[in-house]
Design a protein. Structure first.
Length: 138
């Protein structure tokens, strides 16, 4: 396994930590505490995950560490982070700052489900279907 793929796996592991920090922030706030340490932890974890998204792609391209596993895991990690953040911000929100309108997470999740369904459909229809190669910008 390449270092770039290891960073992608790290990003996947950061998603539940980010979600947990956001949930703890909300719970502490509901109990009358500020909970802002959890808020800043959630922001830091999200920022770290977003940073690894750019770094893993750059490393894969610069050091010729592209792999089939990396091409599969990278969009999964991206979707996990994005959907988790949007669903949490649409359902529980951030204490003192409100929530996203419910239609927004529904729209984003619906779009992603349509994209994944289309990809799976093409994958079964075209037996030699290969994943789209990412652009140099990621």
């Amino acid at each position: 396994m390449t270092f770039a793929t290891t960073l992608t796996l790290l990003r996947i592991l950061l998603v539940p930590l980010f979600a947990g920090a956001l949930l703890y922030h909300r719970e502490y706030h509901e109990e009358g505490y500020s909970g802002f340490a959890w808020y800043y932890a959630a922001v830091a974890l999200f920022a770290l995950a977003a940073l690894t998204d750019g770094v893993d792609g750059w490393i894969a391209r610069q050091f010729n560490q592209r792999s089939r596993l990396g091409r599969i895991l990278d969009p999964i990690a991206d979707k996990l982070l994005l959907v988790t953040g949007i669903v949490l911000l649409g359902t529980i929100g951030v204490a003192g700052k409100g929530r996203l309108p419910l239609w927004f997470p529904v729209l984003v999740v619906s779009r992603d489900l349509i994209l994944v369904s289309g990809t799976l459909f093409l994958g079964t229809l075209l037996h030699n279907y290969d994943f789209v190669k990412p652009h140099w910008t990621g």
